[in-house]
Design a protein. Sequence first.
Length: 391
Amino acid sequence: MRAVARWCLALLLLMPVLARADTLRGTGNLGLVVERATGSVLIVDTTERKSIGRVEGLGDLSHASAVFSPDQRYVYVFGRDGGLTKVDMLTSTIAKRIVQAGNSIGGAISDDGALIAVSNYEPGGVKIFDARTLDPVANIPAIGANGRPSKTVGLVDLPGRRFAWALYDAGEIWIADLTHVETPAITRLTDVGKLPYDGNVTPDGRHYLAGLFGEDGVVHVDTWREPLKAERILSGYGRGQEALPVYKMPHLEGWGATGDKLLLPAVGHHELIAVDLRSFAEVGRIATHGQPVFAVARPDGRHVWVNFAHPFNDTVEIVDTETLKVIHRLTPGPAVLHMEFTPRGNEVWVSVRDADRIDVYDAASFTKKAEIPAQKPSGIFFTARATRIGQ
């Protein structure tokens, strides 16, 4: 009887532990889907292919983006209204929210996870915040060489607690070293071209590229070079062609990085441009269904999935990066806004805004595996981004 009693007592003591273990959850298979029209986000489980929570009250998410803390527990959502919201992925709650500007266009997290940087249209410039508390720690106004304030765009993190961004109105690229956040060390590269509208950094953190909206071309900065220098590549890539009306700006943060090549959307044209990552020379072009918005590479670089601006935004094309040819076309539905691969590339999640759903596709066979209801979904961000430079 005593043995039975001891066993029962041990079981009773163990039951709370078992209950807690039942409710524990890892973060590696979680993600966030922006619901742009309702100021809310979905927390999703990529393994279960389902929504596990909704967080509301995030403000204007019409051009929202997000970055993750190194431990993948927290996501920082940048809203168009200047809102910066820290969301707890495990509890589906807002940990902290501030409104830091009048009009914001994205942000980044430092490589050590300590700083959040936000780029602003209004009043311009970049603001830096403590990642734990969202307390402001630095303010970097964007006053160009012409003496006038500028919108800031294309903000990314670089190794060494650095950030890079472009000054849209001034035609400049700035790189800031925030090793000593009280006294940021800023390198200003001026006269880089007309209207740099977006930027991104290669997966190794070395090469920063900014697209130019005011002229055909791209600006390249090798961040390993001393002194830093901005160089033009792909100048006049649309020469001899009539530029088409641009209904939606392409996004360089969605370029297809595929080992030795980058696939970049050509502004105002129905094509991708392939660029050699060693010489940064053009090595090919891919004719596409419409004007590309995002060109997203499968993690192994074998394929790139491309979506398009209005009026061709119901379509996705898959490009073979060896042959530089379109090998498959899908029509998920009205207003395909974003695509995101699961961490090891077995699936692609596609937001179909005007059908109010997320479609999940097998990345190898291109067959649809699931649909997930969502309210006007746009950006999709998986926690694996926490381990990547520039995301």
